[in-house]
Design a protein around this ligand. Structure first.
Ligand SMILES: C[S@@+](CC[C@H](N)C(=O)[O-])C[C@H]1O[C@@H](n2cnc3c(N)ncnc32)[C@H](O)[C@@H]1O
Length: 282
């Protein structure tokens, strides 16, 4: 079993390698896929003028900018991300009340009891030691502070992620098989586990709202195939595969996705938790 430090190192390497590059290259498509989930999280966060906010795993900073607008000139937003390339892009927008830190949010020395809100859009599922990470966020919050994040539910509830991987897997070298508690995009699918993490970290008043909607995956099957294996679970398998294996895997993905192709693009069901909590367990 890998140690939390080894898991964190792996995640840092992934987000500074194929993960970050893939996110940057595909951001328009990603926004079409997950934008509505993110908007729901921003509505739940309800950031107010003058508030101080942390955006965990802020990526290219789209939500950081939305939060900066909501808190206004008297407020401040700190975006934290471990990917150098994504932080560089986020900084380039030069929003006066938003700053960005390149680093591990799990261990970053935030000002203690200095923030009203810790927010994240799909950026909290990648910690080697999630209890320690959320304890760090809990300590950064004022006693009246709140936590709001959105994360994926289980792979079975998210065919947009599962269908291409299941179709391609038989034709590729063995795919990584993360343990149920290993960091990754579906690591927070199990509500009971997330509740345990948040409670152990000191959070209270937990709320889990299920959000379900179709996820846009691309304009067409051909569009999806053009970037298949660029990042995500198929990236490593594609990197180790022969051209013949890749061709067969892509044909299988095409067969699985073609029934879902419409004039509005290819969409498959997606399922998230919108999680809110208070900094104080009392
Ligand atoms: C799925 S992406 C989401 C990015 C952004 N929140 C969005 O919705 O566009 C996950 C992000 O978390 C970042 N990340 C992963 N582990 C992290 C860590 N330990 N500390 C800070 N950021 C991390 C990645 O670099 C990546 O930008």
């Amino acid at each position: 079993m890998k140690t939390p430090a080894e898991l964190a190192t792996e995640q840092a390497a992934y987000w500074n390698g194929p993960g970050g590059k893939g996110w940057l290259a595909s951001i328009e498509r990603i926004e079409q896929g997950i934008g509505d989930f993110g908007k729901a999280a921003l509505v739940a966060a309800n950031a107010q003028p003058g508030e101080k906010v942390i955006d965990v795993g802020c990526g290219l900073g789209g939500t950081t900018r939305a939060l900066a607008e909501a808190v206004g000139p008297q407020g401040r937003v700190l975006g934290v991300d471990i990917s150098e390339e994504l932080v560089a892009s986020a900084r380039s927008h030069r929003v006066p009340n938003a700053t960005f830190v390149l680093g591990n949010a799990a261990t970053h020395p935030f000002e203690a009891a200095g923030y009203d809100l810790v927010f994240s859009r799909f950026g909290v599922m990648f910690f080697g030691d999630p209890v320690a990470a959320f304890r760090n966020f809990q300590q950064a919050l004022k006693p009246s502070g709140r936590l709001v994040f959105i994360c994926w539910r289980t792979p079975n509830e998210n065919p947009w992620g599962l269908v291409p991987v299941r179709a391609a897997a038989p034709f590729l070298p063995p795919l990584p098989r993360p343990g149920p508690e290993d960091p990754g995009q579906f690591a927070f699918g199990d509500r009971v586990r997330v509740e345990r993490i948040l409670k152990e970290a000191g959070f209270g008043a937990l709320s889990f709202k299920p959000l379900d909607q179709l996820v846009f995956m691309g304009k067409s099957v051909a569009d999806i195939l053009a970037s298949a294996g660029r990042f995500g679970p198929l990236a490593r398998a594609f990197a180790d595969a022969t051209p013949e294996q890749i061709e067969k895997a892509k044909a299988a993905i095409a067969e699985a996705l073609t029934p879902h192709e419409t004039a509005e693009g290819v969409r498959l069901p997606g399922a998230c938790w919108l999680v809110t909590a208070r900094a104080s367990a009392g």
